[in-house]
Design a binder for this molecule. Structure first.
Ligand code: ADP
Ligand code: MG
Length: 396
């Protein structure tokens, strides 16, 4: 990918930067600013070099309509606290307000455009629509920097089409992500262990398929594990279950067996009648789940077994919490596994927004992990070896 150096002298230059500021919000309060902090190195570098920085980003799913609850205002306020430079929030995305604000921008100043997903063309399946929006974005600047790793797997106007219209470069976050994740794709040190959990079950089942030929061992927890337990013929009660994936999962289990890949499933599960911190929870054997309860965490025996399966690993990738870690009664599995990973001597990568949030929320030391990725879907696709359009477009 082209580097920032390839853009030449930055002083006075209008630089459009795609960032990933899709942070979790509670009303208008940012509950985890990890993605904003991850963008700071490139922003600081550009601002210090005297560039006029115009940032485009999305927040939530406004579905192509201007919805005030998805305004980037909280992000602008947080940037104002984190950066020394003057920060302005444009009143719109690519309209008159944005254009005027971009023209008035001084050297070393930052303008944040309103939520790019207020414009339906951003994610349109019609390439002409995306190109039209990209042209309006490109008209605001003289160069494009792509630093929103969380969106580079998307062929969207502000990620992909715009890069074709301006001199472009990868920002430091993108470069760091690519370098770190490459350690799990190019000659990974073995044993290579993949820990998978979370709730985006069908997405992640695809990951197993694609990583089966690459990794040595899979530890499976979180919501996705119940499709595995059901595939083994166990009762899973009211737990998350993707019935239409049962045959596929049986196939993965067979492939793993014949190719010597270890798939480790929990032997005990924390269940409760409802997803509620006050619900009466208890630990049951994985093959004896009650028909009317929900599996919400891996049990203590499983957590200890998973931790033991991490000690000899030379490369560990973790994506997806082991349980509903947001609620204390169901957070132990995630905490035990994350702690074991933090102590492991191998190269450790955390991918997935909720997994990264879990590290912080459970009070673990972020620096104990070699790389905490800012992109969930993007990091998984990278690890699967897929070409990410938002990265390949920066190559020439
Ligand atoms: P990531 O963002 O790390 O990729 P996901 O988005 O796939 O992870 O999943 C995170 C969510 O999965 C968390 O909110 C967590 O509460 C939920 N989760 C974990 N285990 C379970 C479970 N057994 N049942 C339901 N939800 C679960
Ligand atoms: Mg998530």
């Amino acid at each position: 990918m082209q580097t920032l150096e390839s853009l030449g002298e930055l002083r006075g230059k209008r630089v459009l930067l795609r960032a990933d500021f899709n942070v979790p919000l509670d009303g208008s309060t940012i509950t985890d600013d990890g993605r904003i902090r991850a963008a700071l190195p490139t922003l600081t570098r550009l601002l210090d070099d005297g560039a006029r920085v115009i940032v485009t980003a999305h927040l939530g799913r406004p579905d192509g309509e201007v919805k005030p609850e998805f305004s980037l205002r909280p992000v602008a306020e947080r940037l104002d606290e984190l950066l020394d430079a003057p920060i302005t929030l444009a009143p719109d995305t690519v309209g008159d307000g944005a254009r005027q604000a971009a023209e008035q921008l001084g050297d070393g100043e930052l303008l944040l455009l309103e939520n790019i997903r207020f414009d339906p063309r951003e994610t349109s399946t019609d390439i002409g629509q995306r190109h039209a929006l990209a042209t309006e974005l490109a008209a605001l600047a003289e160069a494009f920097v792509s630093d929103g790793f969380g969106v580079v797997h998307r062929e969207q106007a502000s990620v992909f089409e715009v890069a074709k219209l301006l001199p472009h470069a990868a920002g430091q976050l993108l470069a760091t992500e690519a370098e770190a994740l490459s350690r799990a794709t190019t000659n990974p040190q073995r044993p290579y262990v993949v820990v998978l959990g979370g709730s985006k079950v069908s997405d992640k089942l695809g990951v197993i398929k694609n990583l089966l030929p690459k990794a040595d061992r899979f530890l499976i927890g979180g919501g996705m594990v119940f499709t595995f337990l059901a595939a083994k013929g166990y009762e899973v009660g009211n737990s998350l279950l993707e019935e239409d994936q049962l045959e596929a999962v049986k196939g993965y289990l067979d492939t793993a067996r014949t190719s010597g890949v270890e798939i480790v499933l929990p032997t005990d599960i924390v269940v409760a009648p409802t997803v509620d911190a006050d619900a009466p929870s208890h630990v049951v054997s994985a093959d004896q789940m009650p028909g009317d309860e929900i599996g919400l965490d891996i049990g203590p025996e499983s957590a200890a077994a998973f931790a033991a399966k991490l000690t000899d690993a030379r490369t560990i990738v973790w994506n997806g919490p082991m349980g509903v870690f947001e609620l204390p009664p169901f957070s132990s599995g995630t905490k035990t596994v994350a702690q074991a990973m933090a102590q492991a001597s191998g190269y450790t990568i955390v991918g997935g927004g909720d997994s990264a949030a879990a590290v912080r929320q459970l009070g673990l030391d972020e620096s104990a992990f070699d790389h905490i990725s800012t992109g969930g879907g993007a990091s998984l696709e990278f690890l699967e070896g897929a070409a990410l359009p938002g990265m390949t477009v920066l190559e020439d």
